[in-house]
Design a protein around this ligand. Structure first.
Ligand SMILES: [Zn+2]
Length: 323
């Protein structure tokens, strides 16, 4: 067996850990609850124990480890800067200092959507594209870009924040503090809030049926179900989100001319109801290059993407030289 690497995906509710490599994929894996309220020290200790269990199982220590994190991190120092959805926000947590002595190998950090982009490129597409972009549409909108076969990180690891490009200059306030970001217009949160407004206005009988009229039960999946079940207004909500993602995709396409734009994340599971307006918008609004050469496709990886990307990142020495 070739050398093994550790890929860790730190999420708000669970941490997925694997040993493997880009040739053999995942060799051993485990998942533990994040329980972030215990404090970052304890979380890191439990992650090290989980990886330790995998080392025992395979009889091999990882050559390097990488962890995808839901937010911003200092990649050079291996310190988290801001993980907004974790209790305590993990400002300045020295992940490398906490894990490296326990795992006895170099430890790297990466944003979780950049990690998913790397996974899509390495495992999903077998490195058969040269340049691609990924939009991860979930609660927020994350992103990543691969240019000339390399994940583009930029000096701060923040290149590829596709959800925070401005698509409506004076649009709604975004969580980042700016206005009119794609995330504020087309994320699962934006879709849900628009759907709730229409639910209260009595504009969506099918959604009303699915949720019993309870706004707290509305999510993007239910919006998709209601749209498929005949609610025209819910179809329009997804159509509008797809339109904005399509405009954002046009902006990225003219910037990097990718062969492939991947639409991933939980909201993308509504399928063609979202994909079709994205494709239509790109077909109508892209003028600078031939649209037929650019594929717009759903992600081919499931929930393992973050962990797989972390594996590839570890194998690539944290990609730190690639900035
Ligand atoms: Zn923003």
């Amino acid at each position: 067996m070739s050398d093994l690497y550790a890929g860790i995906d730190l999420g708000g509710t669970k941490v997925a850990c694997a040993l493997g490599n880009t040739e053999d994929g995942i060799v051993a894996r485990t998942t533990i609850p994040t329980n972030s309220w215990e404090g970052s020290d304890r979380v890191l200790e439990r992650i090290a124990d989980a990886v330790g269990g995998l080392v025992q199982e395979t009889g091999k220590r990882p050559k390097a480890a990488a962890m995808g994190v839901p937010g911003l991190a200092d990649l050079q120092e291996g310190v988290t800067k801001l993980l907004p959805n974790l209790p305590g926000k993990w400002e300045g947590v020295d992940v490398r200092g906490g894990l490296q002595p326990r795992l006895e190998c170099p430890v790297y950090l990466l944003n979780d959507v950049r990690s998913a982009t790397l996974a899509e490129f390495t495992f999903g597409r077998k490195r058969q594209v040269d340049t691609m972009a990924l939009f991860a549409v979930g609660t927020g909108i994350g992103g990543g870009v691969v240019i000339g076969g390399e994940l583009r990180l930029g000096p701060l690891g923040q290149a590829g924040e596709l959800g925070h490009q401005i698509v409506v200059p004076d649009g709604p306030l975004c969580g980042c503090g700016n206005r009119g970001c794609l995330e504020a217009l087309a994320s699962g949160t934006a879709i849900t809030s628009e759907a709730v407004r229409l639910l209260i206005g009595g504009e969506c009988p099918r959604l009303h049926e699915l949720t019993g009229g309870d706004a707290s039960k509305v999510d993007a999946g239910k919006v998709g179900e209601a749209a498929a079940g005949g609610d025209e207004s819910m179809r329009w909500v997804l159509e509008r989100a797809g339109y904005y993602i399509g405009i954002a995709a046009c902006n990225v396409i003219v910037t990097i001319h990718p062969e492939l734009v991947v639409i991933g994340g939980g909201v993308a599971r509504v399928g063609d109801l979202l994909l079709e307006p994205i494709r239509r918008t790109v077909a109508e609004r892209l003028y600078m290059m031939p649209v037929e050469d650019i594929r717009i496709e759903p992600s081919v990886l499931g929930g393992d993407a973050g962990m797989l990307g972390a594996l590839a990142c570890a194998e690539g020495d944290g990609l730190i030289g690639a900035a």
